[in-house]
Design a protein around this ligand. Sequence first.
Ligand code: CA
Length: 230
Amino acid sequence: MTSSATVLIVEDEVPLRRFLRASLGSAGFRVVEAGTAQEGFSLATSHNPELILLDLGLPDEDGVSLTRRLREWARMPIIVVSAQGREARKVEALDAGADDFLTKPFGMNELLARLRVALRHAAQLGGQPSPVLELGRLTVDLARREVTLDGQELHLTPIEYRLLTLLAQHAGKVLTHSFLLREVWGPGHVEHTHYLRVYMAQLRRKLEADTTRPKLLKTEPGVGYRLKDD
Ligand code: CA
């Protein structure tokens, strides 16, 4: 599936776009490319790509606004690319419906890994949701509400369980603070990021051998959290 997937690249920097086209092409993807948001939108509708790689800084329209327009009908994964140190922009893009982000400059292996995760998720969402999520050492049985790590059952509070379930259902993908707060505590609590700090610290104490160097539950500074997907 992955090898023949079509990826739409929306990027106005010509050298970067060429590089991406060549690299994704040699990794077996079919590539269509656009240099403006308008062209990107029209290629998305005409080619219905399996994935969109979208630069946020485009000459004719902001990438966040394009994400929002695409999300009115498009379900394929959107990975946004933005320059370093623009956390607020990444959060905006993720909240507008993007699935993941990459920070420029990024390595090709990192990009390919993110593409594979996003495409695998899209394929899973198309099928029946699995009642048991297997994530390497971690297993979440949604039907029995049972979580095990290395075969040992973890005892989680209802909020810890809800947080971990959300992260596990979107494993590999970064979930923003406001998404997690809205889903777990409700829309009136999206500003209460200190709740997350407290509960994520609790979860880490149950999940990680060394909470100062988490291996499973990763922090994306200024953006949110990601559960490692393997
Ligand atoms: Ca740009």
